[in-house]
Design a protein around this ligand. Structure first.
Ligand SMILES: C[S@@+](CC[C@H](N)C(=O)[O-])C[C@H]1O[C@@H](n2cnc3c(N)ncnc32)[C@H](O)[C@@H]1O
Length: 261
């Protein structure tokens, strides 16, 4: 079984067919939301951080925006490059760990979608990702963090879960460490009688923690919603959509911290 440190490398390789668990209708709705809320379109630049196979990079690029997709998995980026070429879309791909990106005042907006956050055991590393996004944005640029809501996870906690895509079944055996809010699970992929198991460890966050982390990274005008209809976050919201804006003036004349949701 693969170990939980740097678990993502092997896990996402096996996970590839499971991008299919998000149906096309949901992806279309998320893409429309991104385009509308981040005001994407022609002449806009957009960073899709942990872009995977470009589930959202592709519809955003179709809006006319210049998309940069960053991911750790070169096989995902190769697949995205092929699709972009076929669709004549402007998508640049960069293989990088999300902690190591090094853009400065470069993008009009950025997003990290579908719980691609909280992957690092050291809290300072998760915080670093937000700081790196902040540095990547132009002043006034907006960021969307779309991730699972810890409070929903606790309320609906189930030790095991089964789901499947095509001929592959997955058993997820979960435990939750209340001292760190890290969800540790073993995912066993079963196909044609063969089993492959991976350990996964994700730090889960409540809304108030992410607001504090975004503020610490420098973001202001923070908003958080519990659905694509901009409903408030509650323990009934499985996912959260949290926005922050890079200040127009860095440093001295900081806007007061505010939250809307
Ligand atoms: C759940 S998928 C989400 C993909 C995409 N955002 C979407 O909505 O379809 C998480 C992605 O994070 C990427 N990833 C995992 N660890 C990473 C890291 N340390 N740095 C950059 N990307 C990483 C994985 O390769 C995978 O593509």
């Amino acid at each position: 079984m693969s170990q939980s440190e740097n678990w993502w490398n092997e896990f996402f390789d096996t996970f590839r067919p499971f991008f299919g668990v998000v149906d096309a209708k949901t992806t279309r709705a998320e893409a429309r939301y991104l385009i509308k809320k981040l005001k994407l379109g022609p002449r806009k630049s957009f960073l899709d951080l942990a872009c995977g196979i470009g589930r959202l990079s592709i519809p955003v690029a179709r809006s006319g925006a210049r998309v940069t997709g960053v991911d750790i998995m070169s096989s995902f980026l190769e697949e995205l490059d092929r699709k972009a070429r076929r669709g004549k879309l402007r998508i640049e791909t960069i293989q990088s760990d999300m902690r190591r990106i090094n853009f400065r005042n470069h993008f009009d907006s950025a997003a990290n979608m579908w719980t691609s956050f909280g992957y690092f055991e050291r809290e300072s590393d998760n915080q670093l990702v937000l700081r790196k996004v902040y540095q990547s944005l132009k002043p006034g640029g907006r960021f969307l963090l779309h991730t699972i809501n810890r409070d929903w996870v606790i309320k609906n906690f189930a030790r095991t879960g089964w789901f499947s895509v095509g001929a592959t079944k997955v058993l997820e055996e979960r435990s939750f460490d209340f001292s760190t809010s890290i969800s540790r699970s073993v995912w066993t992929f079963i196909r044609d009688g063969e089993e492959k198991s991976h350990r996964v460890a994700i730090r889960m966050y409540s809304l108030h923690e992410l607001i504090a982390m975004l503020e610490k990274a420098g973001f202001r005008e923070i908003e958080g919603f519990g659905s694509l209809k901009d409903e408030p976050v509650s323990s009934h919201s499985r996912m959260m959509y949290i926005f922050g804006r890079k200040q127009k003036t860095d440093g001295k004349s900081r806007k007061p911290v505010s939250f809307r949701g």
